[in-house]
Design a protein around this ligand. Structure first.
Ligand SMILES: [Fe+2]
Ligand SMILES: [Fe+2]
Length: 182
């Protein structure tokens, strides 16, 4: 029973990781700061490794690698895409929003890999647990790195940008209500 459950999770995260390989370049291009662009670039390389580790696990289990659409990851990626549409190019606010979206993705991966490591250990598959654990640690590192970028530079700068935009925003609201009145 656990075997089948584990296999379903494996197909699900395999789809998710492959989907991220396609998504991360767009997030990298959309980022404002070099720091965040580099973080996404590094994580793309790591994510490609995650895909090949999962393929190794399929092989170890004597199964062909197979992906099953992960609705949760599809939703998180959609959210990241809409953030890109809703924020302005070249702003710090864009980076704040991208970091939040990326961390939601990392947290999903951390939850999944954490559970899978435990399941693999329960099923006495220590070799597989060790492979999954490597990925789990990399996801945790990425999450911490994103927090550090947010706290040390992006968030404080976006906060200042917010004040400027509020002032501009007020002007827009006033002129549009003036237009509505005329
Ligand atoms: Fe990953
Ligand atoms: Fe990740």
């Amino acid at each position: 029973m656990l075997d089948k459950f584990f296999m379903d999770m494996l197909k699900d995260i395999y789809w998710a990781e492959k989907h991220l390989v396609e998504t991360l370049p767009g997030m990298q291009r959309a980022a404002t700061t070099d720091e965040l662009q580099e973080a996404f670039e590094d994580h793309l390389l790591a994510t490609q490794k995650h895909v090949s580790r999962l393929e190794k696990i399929f092989r170890k289990l004597g199964k062909e690698a197979q992906a099953k659409k992960c609705e949760a990851m599809a939703g998180l990626v959609e959210e990241a895409k809409s953030i890109i549409k809703e924020t302005k190019d070249g702003t710090m606010t864009r980076d704040v929003a991208l970091i939040i979206a990326a961390q939601k993705i990392e947290h999903y991966e951390i939850a999944t890999y954490g559970s899978m490591v435990q399941l693999a250990r329960t099923m006495d598959k220590e070799d597989i647990a060790t492979i999954l654990e490597q990925t789990l640690w990399e996801e945790e590192d990425t999450d911490q790195h994103l927090t550090q970028i947010a706290e040390s530079s992006v968030n404080p700068k976006a906060d200042l940008e917010g004040t400027e935009e509020e002032e501009n925003g007020q002007e827009t609201t006033m002129s549009s209500s003036a237009a509505a009145m005329s």
